[in-house]
Ligand binder design. Structure first.
Ligand SMILES: C[S@@+](CC[C@H](N)C(=O)[O-])C[C@H]1O[C@@H](n2cnc3c(N)ncnc32)[C@H](O)[C@@H]1O
Length: 282
């Protein structure tokens, strides 16, 4: 695929690579959001997603509707395994694929603690992973990190017998953080692809999915303003200096709601898109 043609897939590729290039420029070493990047933040990610109510999550409900006790599933970019582990009791087997050894180590630790024995991990990117076909293949919050969406989605489609399900953010977090981003960086953030760009890529592949926009309740709370500073400094790609911390703390103090011990963003819920289709081979 040439990156200068006018297809949705090449537009997607430009959006992802430009976005990653900005990350790399502002925070050298982080631009490649690959295994090593997620290794370094696996513990933080696990703590963060634990604050979301997985049992109440609309994507988990969609996964349960699409699977049964005799069925198999592949979780692509499983991370610390919140969906794979929650789904495991209702299916025969789940394969969790992820390039990050650190994320998968947490998944295996949690599986052991929960007594889950039917989840197998495969370390590697989806593009390179060797896996069997499964009844349902799903991927949550991964596609926007992948430059070659066409290849990634085609492999999802080829690996599924009954259904493919994607979970993607359906709002622009950059818009929420835009005033803070501009304050520190003096320019708007380079945009990444949205779920609408994903739908355009699917369209080019001849896939006409069902799309449902749902709300994910934001249960993230910060015990202290310092904890919030850590979280937002990371998201805003800011250097860890006392001056930056002080300035960010002052700005967040005017924006966060709630009381000390349970500070929260004004966003009570964020929209996400569940994109599902019957594989083209079916
Ligand atoms: C935002 S996390 C999402 C984890 C999990 N799906 C969830 O919703 O909690 C993104 C994950 O995608 C993984 N990832 C990045 N590129 C990937 C690729 N090409 N193939 C498979 N997984 C990938 C990362 O290692 C990371 O664990």
């Amino acid at each position: 695929m040439s990156s200068d043609d006018n297809t949705a897939a090449s537009r997607w590729q430009r959006l992802v690579t430009d976005r990653l290039a900005e990350v790399e420029r502002l925070s050298p070493g982080r631009g490649s959001l690959s295994g090593a990047f997620w290794d370094s933040r696996a513990d933080r990610y696990a703590a963060n997603v634990k604050t979301t109510d997985i049992e109440g999550d609309p994507f988990l409900r969609a996964l349960r509707r699409a699977t049964d006790a005799a069925g198999t599933a592949i979780d692509v970019g499983a991370g610390t395994g919140r969906f794979a582990l929650a789904l495991a009791a209702g299916v025969r087997h789940v394969t969790a694929v992820d390039p990050s050894a650190g994320m998968l180590a947490i998944l295996r630790r949690d599986a052991k603690q929960m007594g889950v024995t039917n989840v197998t991990t495969v370390q590697g990117t989806w593009e390179e992973a060797a896996t069997q076909v499964a009844d349902v293949v799903f991927s949550a919050f991964v596609l926007t990190l992948v430059p070659d969406a066409r290849r990634f989605v085609s492999k999802l489609d080829a690996a599924a017998r009954d259904r493919v399900l994607l979970y993607l953010g359906a709002y622009c977090p950059d818009a929420v953080l835009d005033p803070l981003w501009r304050h520190f960086h003096g320019a708007p953030r380079t945009p990444g692809p949205s779920y609408l760009d994903a739908l355009a890529v699917l369209h080019e592949l001849g896939i006409a999915p069902q799309v449902k926009v749902v709300e994910i309740v934001n249960r993230r709370r910060f015990a202290t303003i310092e904890e919030a500073v850590d979280h937002y400094r990371d998201g805003l790609l800011l250097p860890d200096t006392p001056a930056v911390r002080d300035e960010l703390a002052a700005l967040l103090a005017t924006w966060l709601l709630g009381r000390r011990g349970a500070l929260r963003s004004p966003l009570r819920a964020v929209p996400a898109a569940i994109v599902g289709w019957q594989p083209t081979r079916a």
